[in-house]
Design a protein around this ligand. Structure first.
Ligand SMILES: N[C@@H](CCC(=O)N[C@@H](CS)C(=O)NCC(=O)O)C(=O)O
Length: 205
């Protein structure tokens, strides 16, 4: 049974999963969903599987469809025992980063990008998001000063989750030179066999 990932190439949340699948080397089919369509005009198979009407959704094995990028990453790590920590403490710390991502870098960066690249939300909102993003960058930079990856010395789903949207940094003119540890970390991830930029990995809808 081939796994199916419903995704969109502009969605960093989708990218996180497409990237994890590529790095782990799991056979899968990407089904790009056109998010410009109203919810009720999207493909019926997608509508039937997506609990919140969002991408990504993973159809894996005989399980019910899995939504929420970090829940999917957690499933992939537990199912394959790859990209996960080797001790209970490491596995907990990894999942703490997944929770952090959902409300911090996976919130500030995509919403700032949405306002700057797609639908402007006004200066006050952009400034608030930009301030939040700078705080998130400081948090990541500090964590990566101590070690090459967010948890320990190996790549895990924590890195994939927190790095995903940063490959769109140029689109919001986020200069990475003041962030040497983050830059090095993004380069290390990009050097992994199977790594590809979001637009190379996910086809157009
Ligand atoms: N918390 C969700 C966020 C997913 C999300 O926001 N998906 C967006 C694209 S990035 C989406 O599908 N939005 C539905 C729409 O545009 O109608 C996750 O981590 O998977």
């Amino acid at each position: 049974l081939t796994w199916i990932l419903y995704c969109n190439r502009e969605s960093g949340h989708s990218y996180k999963i497409a990237l994890a699948l590529a790095l782990i080397g799991l056979r899968h089919e990407l089904r790009a969903v056109d998010l410009r369509l109203p919810h009720d005009k999207r493909p019926l198979d997608f509508q039937a599987t997506s609990l919140f009407g969002e991408v990504p959704v993973l159809i894996a094995d005989h399980l019910p469809p899995i939504t929420q990028s970090n829940v999917i990453l957690n499933y992939l790590a537990e199912h394959t025992r790859k990209l996960d920590g080797h001790t209970p403490q490491a596995r907990l710390r990894i999942r703490e980063w997944l929770g952090w991502e959902a409300n911090r870098i996976g919130f500030s960066l995509p919403n700032l990008r949405f306002s700057r690249c797609f639908t402007p939300m006004g200066t006050a909102i952009e400034n608030w998001l930009a301030d939040r993003l700078m705080a998130d960058m400081r948090r990541l930079e500090t964590a990566l000063q101590k070690q090459p990856y967010l948890v320990g010395d190996q790549l895990t789903i924590a890195d994939i989750s927190c790095a995903g949207y940063l490959y769109f940094a140029d689109q919001i003119k986020l200069d990475l030179t003041p962030w040497p540890c983050i830059s090095g970390w993004l380069d290390r991830l990009a050097a992994e066999p199977g790594w590809q930029h979001p637009y190379a990995l996910i086809p157009e809808a």
